[in-house]
Design a protein around this ligand. Sequence first.
Ligand code: ZN
Length: 334
Amino acid sequence: MTGRYSDQDVEHYDRPRRRTRPRTKERPVYDDAEDAVVVTVDRGRFTLLLDDRTVMAMKARPLGRKGVVVGDRVRVVGDTSGRDGSLARIVEVSPRTTVLRRSAEDDADAVERVIVANADQLVVVTALADPEPQPRLIDRALVAAYDAGLQPLLCLTKSDLADPDTLLSTYRSLGVPWLVTHKGGDLTELRGRLRGRTSVLLGSSGVGKSTLVNALVPDADRDVGHVNAVTGRGRHTSTSAYLLELPHDPGEERAWIVDTPGIRSFGLAHVQPEQLIEAFPDLDEMTEDCPRGCTHGEDEPECGLDEAVRTGQADPDRVESFRRLLAARSEPLY
Ligand code: ZN
């Protein structure tokens, strides 16, 4: 029997028996499927965490072109043993609570892709010095966070080299939470912020993100390519997003981080002003009388935000910062 035929046999075997189990909304099609979460994606192969074991899987044919991304909760059938060479099949993707997206950088038509599903927080890792902070990159990351409905957190590294005040003054009026850290420093506060959540870590090279990930998940060894403690197998590098669980004491809330490759690839062309301003309900309220199609930018002739600043209802710094984020959507990256 050729591989092709046996593939089809497996397909047949797993296909729901239509006569006995009609496809209805009330009844799951795959009663025997198991729940898992997507840890990473590599060339059409998915690494899943199922209970405490790592399972490799592919998409089942009925999913078609439907995307499956890191953080997705999925249902799998087939060989879920996790043994070497085993391959399970993803038959369902659960509805996502959040989606972190990016657009293709060079495409004004905003071909967007979901990078991470079901995260709650976006941790923007930035060095206070060496390399110098890049506020434009931070702004873009914040836009991505607000658009996705993720809580942003500024994690300022190398606090032994520079004071955070100057940088923070840029973000104070937006109310972005922040913390400082340095190599070998105490990570209690950061761990506290990660507890009970799934947090995406973003940061460009040299800011100390890998150091941070390795300190948070000591067995991860993201960069050196050792066998991973969570997945128990394989070399992996920082080229694709990767879900890792922080070690936790019994009874302690679990914490997950998604380590991502470079921040520079974050195209934002898909982000609409209406979505962005929803992250700032106080400002959103002041745009009710804006003319149709108002983008709330500083060049808009009759934007309610200007009126709100004039009448003292809105903090001018906050409006200005919001507009800086708005403009950051369409700025070139370099
Ligand atoms: Zn407006």
